[in-house]
Design a protein around this ligand. Structure first.
Ligand SMILES: Nc1ncnc2c1ncn2[C@@H]1O[C@H](COP(=O)(O)OP(=O)(O)OP(=O)(O)O)[C@@H](O)[C@H]1O
Length: 540
């Protein structure tokens, strides 16, 4: 319904309306001042005859969320003439406005620090909402806003016009799933594939998937491909968006990003309709990613972002000036370098005629340094308004490059003692940081399997590889199955009689971790790895 702001009275209840903060399909939102105490609020106004009375829906949701961190307060609500109004906490800018500002500063994507911080806070907000039995159902940048000073580092959720309780109040049961196709509810850019493209009933998993797509959008140069032509004006344009979204594979969407984003999207898509997501795990993952990348104080969203942590140049050597190179270009360069085969083949465990290990170690170090190069500019370029440039997203995280280094040291190993050291380092590294096995972690296990099974031949180690696409391999298993298998592996590793037996145990360990829902290493898993290192020493 058309909405004419001229007819909105200057005063609503006890508030004087001031500037318009925003307006949407369903109404307008104004900054307003209390007539007596002069405090400022946001006042959301909607025509009482609007075909979609979202203000009334919001009015029912707000009381459920009061007091939760990052949830605005509902101060008052009422009807005046033909207007329904909600009085809520006045907040700062939306993430949509911040994202656009970043584009204007010449950055075609957001920096990793900001995205990790957004991820941690948005997942925490969804955790609060879901714990209070509410689904948001319209996660997007415009529906996340930062607080006003001194709360500008807190992200708030706003716009609960599409929200709904997923626990029915009378039965206390989860809303039912349905096979019937529903009309799409949400937004074009981030609503999950199940809800947007397949007409399924939204549940907790869909809020999380929308959040995952939003994080990936922020890190994608130019944004997700289906957002680039603007809001669709025809059904066929909308169909094109749905097709692009449905066909986009996580590995393609997340190319060049830290693996956590791909992992998170996959995790959201594996969740069952009724399943409760593991919010804490994913907050920890993004926290660990930020820490691995050298960022501090990550729970706070700081805009503009503080300068990127600098890697200290070695004493006595001038810092190298890096050419600007993007992730795709870097990948091509690395592929071309690999094709050149400048060095003799890597020494392998069973082949003692290779060049001495120390010389090869240096090479592997260099290789990992190349891979871990970040695209953060060394230039002291300033933004048009004098703000410092935000740190750019590293092509690979510190965690990824450390694991890559460990994998190379496995491939360089010429005896079991060297393998044992690599396994010990791998174990310690995971114990101290994130306990999730990323694709680089699985690549380490692959390399280990290869060396133990038969180091003299090239093995395609499909048994531990994480990125298998076969449906049966991807189907997650119940947690108790993983616990049982890992406990058995832990026992068997202590009595393994040969490298080949150890190889099979490593393969089983990779497979069972791959099929577990969080791909995390449990206590027994660490005991298995420690036992493996000890057994390798014993079999040396
Ligand atoms: N509490 C608030 N404080 C400050 N600004 C706000 C607040 N709530 C909303 N805004 C601004 O107004 C915009 C629209 O708000 P909101 O999404 O709640 O309204 P809407 O009418 O439901 O919009 P849409 O139809 O686009 O979903 C937001 O993107 C934000 O910029």
């Amino acid at each position: 319904m058309a909405h004419n702001s001229d007819t909105i009275p200057r005063r609503m209840g006890n508030y004087w309306l001031q500037d318009r903060l925003g307006s949407g399909y369903s109404g307008s939102i104004f900054k307003a001042r209390h007539v007596h105490d002069n405090t400022f609020v946001a006042l959301k106004v909607q025509d009482i005859d609007h075909e979609c009375p979202t203000n009334r829906y919001e009015q029912a949701i707000y009381p459920l969320l009061q007091g939760g961190e990052g949830m605005p307060r509902l101060w008052a609500s009422g009807i005046q003439g033909k207007w329904h109004y909600l009085v809520i906490s006045l907040l700062g800018r939306s993430l949509e406005s911040i994202y656009r500002e970043n584009l204007q500063w010449g950055h075609n994507r957001m920096d990793l620090r900001s995205v990790c911080s957004i991820a941690i806070q948005v997942i925490a907000r969804l955790q609060i909402m879901h714990n209070r039995e509410v689904l948001h159902r319209d996660i997007q940048l415009g529906n996340c806003a930062i607080g006003l000073t001194p709360e500008e580092d807190t992200i708030y959720m706003i716009d609960f016009g599409f929200s709904k309780r997923y626990i029915e109040s009378h039965t206390r049961r989860h809303i039912p799933d349905s096979k019937e196709k529903r009309d799409f509810l949400g937004n074009y850019w981030f609503t999950s594939v199940n809800v947007h493209c397949k007409g399924k009933v939204p549940s907790r998993r869909d809020d999380l998937e929308a959040a995952a797509l939003m994080f990936i959008h922020l890190l994608t140069p130019g944004g997700l491909s289906w957002t680039r032509n603007g809001v669709p004006k025809t059904d066929s344009a909308h169909d094109r968006i749905k097709r692009a979204k449905k066909n986009a594979r996580p590995e393609d969407l997340c190319k060049g990003m830290p693996s956590e984003f791909e992992e998170f999207l996959r995790y959201c898509r594996r969740l069952k309709f009724f399943e409760c997501p593991d919010y804490d795990h994913w907050k920890d993952e993004f926290q660990a990613l930020a820490q691995d990348s050298g960022f501090t104080d990550i729970e706070r969203f700081i805009w503009p972002p503080p300068p990127a942590p600098k890697v200290q140049p070695q004493a006595g050597r001038p810092a190298p000036t890096r050419p600007t190179i993007d992730a795709d270009e870097m990948e091509n360069v690395l592929k071309d370098l690999a094709k050149l085969q400048l060095n003799p083949p890597r020494p392998i465990l069973g082949d003692q005629t290779n060049v001495p290990a120390p010389a090869r170690r240096n090479d592997s170090k260099k290789a990992s340094e190349i891979i871990s190069v970040s695209d953060s500019s060394e230039d002291d370029e300033s933004r048009p308004n004098g703000q410092p440039l935000p740190p750019c997203t590293p092509v690979r995280t510190k965690k990824a490059s450390q694991l890559q280094k460990l994998k190379l040291s496995v491939l360089d190993s010429t005896d079991n003692a060297a393998l044992a050291v690599a396994v010990e380092e791998f174990t310690k590294f995971l114990q101290l940081g994130s306990k999730t096995l990323t694709k680089e972690g699985f690549a380490f296990l692959d390399a280990l399997y290869k060396q133990l099974a038969d180091p003299s031949i090239f093995v395609l180690p499909l048994r531990t590889l994480r990125s298998v696409n076969r449906e049966d391999d991807r189907a997650p298993q119940p947690a108790h199955v993983k616990l049982g298998v890992v406990a058995r592996l832990r026992r068997e590793v202590g009595i393994a009689s040969s490298n080949r037996v150890l190889a099979n145990l490593v393969a089983d360990f990779g497979a069972v971790t791959n099929k577990s829902s969080g791909r995390t290493i449990t206590k027994d898993g660490f005991a298995f790895l420690e036992g493996l290192a000890a057994r390798l020493q014993a079999l040396n």
